[in-house]
Ligand binder design. Sequence first.
Ligand code: SAH
Length: 398
Amino acid sequence: MKQIVELILKPNFVADIANGYPLILKEAAEPIDGTLEEGTILKIVRPNRKYIATGYYGKQNKGIGWILTNNPKEEIEEVFFAEKFKNAFKKRERFYESTDTTAFRVFNGEGDGIGGLTIDYYDGFYLASFYSEGIYAFRKTIFSALKEIVNFRGIYEKKRFDTNGQYVEQDDYVEGEVGEFPIIIRENGMNFAVNLNDGAMTGIFLDQKNVRLALRERFSEGKTVLNTFSYTGAFSVAAALGGAYETTSVDLAKRSLPLTIEQFSVNGIDYEQQQIKVMNVFDYFSYAARHQLKFDVVVLDPPSFARTKKMTFSTAKDYPKLIGEAIDITASNGVIIASTNNASFNMKKFKTFIDKAFKEKNKRYKIVEQYSLPEDFVTLEDYPEFNYLKVCIIQLLK
Ligand code: SAH
């Protein structure tokens, strides 16, 4: 039996939680006793000790835990998780049926009722990501509920709860078939090589699926495409399959070169006809400007925060500058695809970054398409702040 501890909310935070806000903010209650174990069930009460909700204690960025239910009788045991999973899988039925797309998110944290836990499906393999020690404390129950409900080839996990949601290095295999990685998954008919047991990332960011499709279908034919912060080159693959004249992928991580070659190859694209540069994007911008290179399409998909020996980059501070650099090397009438997964600002703010950059360059533009998380990344309608992805497709105007 898990211990249950009462957490008395400060008056200002009662209404939000009572109305369904899922995150227990650090400042919502008096500091929790340092000896309390993460994973402890919290009975969340009003200052007068009346029940509001049940949650769990788990430290993650701004929060100290997540709400799980507002039913005082509901116990947080296997049936609880099984029910949540069932509902979530039901919502993804049509994804399971597709042969065109064989990787997608099946459980999206608070959007599916359990903050701090996501589960992705990769062609028969399930990958569970745990975002705090607290949710990891339920690991056994979670996997046993999962196994009750789905047939699987294998299960893998990521612990993402080192300080600030960093990945904890480990062997990520849990049970079932040991994957022979890379496995090839499909997304809207494109192939992607995926490795579930090689660090924090798998080779593909599933949340960009609609953007990859848009790039392939509407912005690539006959175009030159620069893909910055390209990682395994997934956007370059989409562009090449969409008929791009040439793609250029830029990423400073050495591993990006073999991984990008692999992504092209599993799609039958001759990587020697494409450019792959292992270098700092900002150095590449200078190089391109010096050589007066212009691209029809420039993709910007930086990490929220990055530090190299020479510099630090933060999307919240430096995005306008990044767009400015991109404008300089985008052909007139070209397109910039600007993306960020930084949850600390919203789409409105993101658009002010775009506007600022274009004003500074004295250029006109039009946002022709915009994207947030795709349908399988279920989010709470009332709380758009958890829908972290923001992508604008921007057309430069003469
Ligand atoms: N756009 C990619 C995902 C990007 S992940 C996709 O669609 O799959 C972020 C990538 O940025 C990482 O691969 C990291 O190596 C790279 N990166 C971070 N800082 C960089 C810099 N200054 N220059 C080039 N690449 C950088």
